[in-house]
Design a binder for this molecule. Structure first.
Ligand SMILES: [Zn+2]
Length: 499
């Protein structure tokens, strides 16, 4: 049975029992200890946790269940969403559009197509597939921005995506504007030009169009957090709990993979992203792996530095108090850092995307909570862009900091699918070693400055150690060309073992 048909069957079952038209309820739950926080997170969708109070978005049924468990629950009354302005008609065709409005869904699609068509030397549009809602023709779209976009060059691939929670809209417009900015300023802005020349930048501005345009294709005012089902109703499935999890396996919350999740999993499988960011809203900080357990990633310091660099740039370029949320570390205690938190330190989740990309694909992904207000008033979109533009460009540039090279078959000169392990750093528990991209044989092991020893291995080839590779202060090692020779033992295994 295909993944899609499994999903359809489960949807039908869910639809039979769910009351489809009910609105999500935001509540506060008093949390007494870490065990209670973990139990709550496994049951419902936590959106924040501050000073012993968890914010949760749930269905009326879930609210009843929480109350029956004796939890101390209060409903959050929020003022009605105001300040949402939709873009005027023709906005998508403007040469210099103002970015103080939300595009309609057709304008979004038109803008994505237009960028690819107007900049054919720099930009390709990739249709990752349809969304769950069969009543709408919503597509998951990504732009690939790079010089020579049709050639798999020996360049790091970076992925930026936003608004998998459909009502967290600030990152959506920010990412669409980033795509516009990169192609528009190519050739005139040195930083942008260098990044586009040397990086394969993938941007998916809207990862959950069914959620964002829940109230119709011409408004985002009724956006919802979750995926919809095939009939366009709230599925109550949280997109950021729907991925395979390092700790709990393929379906950590018992839900099938949604089409949007499958599309992201397929993209991660087909590309070779070395660095990625997933933009959200509801807080202002950068959250780095792991989300699912308190164990630290071998690159914990690197993740912290990467996150702090984004937060610091955004604090400098944004209004006072922007992107400096401090979350008390819950795993091992200690002081909070304004604008940065380890995921599980804040509150643990299972099935999140950053753990999926980092654990199962050897990537490095962070979650960027870009605005405290989820459905951000349109006039503040400009502020978010100004605060984050430099941080985002620097983030993309980080894909060039570390050890880079290509792994080549010594006999044929062809690129190899190899594994690159940093000796005394990478661990099997974290699956932190990386692979080379078989298309061009290139690898990009992102690292802080220092001196490192590598072990490079590939099927049927002699393993090679490369000792004392320096990552200098400016961040980029000289490119290594690693030649691997064939091992006779693998070609004639019986010769080895007949004694
Ligand atoms: Zn979110």
């Amino acid at each position: 049975m295909t993944r899609h048909s499994t999903w359809i069957m489960t949807i039908l079952l869910l639809c039979a029992t769910a009351s489809a038209a009910v609105a999500p309820i935001e509540i506060h739950v008093v949390v007494e200890d870490r065990a209670m926080l973990e139990a709550l997170s496994s049951e419902v969708s936590i959106t924040g946790f501050v000073n012993g109070i968890a914010t949760v978005v749930c269905s009326p049924d879930q609210l009843v269940q929480l109350r029956e468990q004796g939890l101390e629950v209060s409903i959050v009354e929020r003022p009605k969403t105001t300040g949402i302005t939709m873009c005027p008609s023709g906005w998508e065709d403007l040469g210099t559009p103002l970015w103080d409005c939300y595009p309609t869904y057709p304008q979004y699609e038109a803008m994505m197509h237009r960028l690819a068509e107007s900049y054919p030397a720099l930009c390709r549009l990739h249709d990752l597939g349809p969304t769950a809602n069969l009543t709408k023709d919503h597509r998951l779209l990504a732009l690939e921005i790079s010089r020579n976009p049709d050639i798999d060059e020996a360049e790091p691939e970076v992925f930026l995506t936003s608004s998998m929670h459909g009502d967290e809209t600030a990152g959506y417009v920010t990412m669409l504007r980033l795509a516009f900015d990169l192609v528009d300023r190519y050739g005139s802005d040195v930083l942008v030009t260098n990044l586009v020349d040397q990086t394969e930048i993938w941007i998916n501005p809207l990862a959950n169009p069914d959620g964002t345009y829940f109230g119709g294709d011409h408004t985002v005012r009724s956006a919802i957090r979750n995926f919809t089902n095939d009939a366009g109703h709230n599925s109550w499935v949280n997109p950021n709990r729907n991925f395979p999890d390092p700790r709990l396996g393929d379906h950590p919350h018992g839900n099938p993979w949604w089409p949007e999740t499958v599309a992201m999993m397929d993209l991660a499988e087909s590309r070779h992203f070395v660095l990625s960011a997933n933009l959200h809203g509801g807080a202002e900080l950068i959250n780095y792996p792991w989300d699912t357990w308190c164990d630290r990633h071998p690159d914990d310091q690197w993740f912290f530095d990467l996150s702090l660099a984004w937060a610091t740039a955004a604090q400098e370029d944004g209004p006072p108090g922007y992107l400096d949320d401090c979350r008390q570390p819950g795993c091992f205690g200690g002081a909070c850092t304004p604008g940065v938190t380890n995921g599980a330190d804040w509150y643990p989740i299972a099935g999140g995307r950053q753990d999926f990309m980092t654990y199962f694909h050897g990537g490095r992904e962070v979650t960027v909570e870009i605005s405290s207000t989820k459905l951000l008033p349109s006039e503040q979109l400009q502020t978010i862009w100004t605060a984050n533009r430099r941080a985002i460009l620097d983030f993309i540039g980080t894909a060039h900091h570390g050890i880079h090279g290509t792994v080549i078959d010594a006999d044929t000169g062809r690129p190899l699918a190899a594994r690159i392990e940093v000796i005394d750093l990478d661990t099997t528990e974290a699956q932190s070693s990386i692979g080379s991209d078989p298309a061009a044989g290139d690898f990009h092991r992102l690292l802080n400055p220092g001196i490192y020893d590598l072990r490079v291995s590939a099927m049927g080839r002699k393993t090679l150690r490369v000792m004392g590779v320096e990552v200098p202060e400016n961040g980029t090692s000289p490119a290594l060309e690693i030649l691997l020779e064939r091992t006779e033992a693998v070609e004639f295994p019986h010769m080895e073992y007949q004694q």
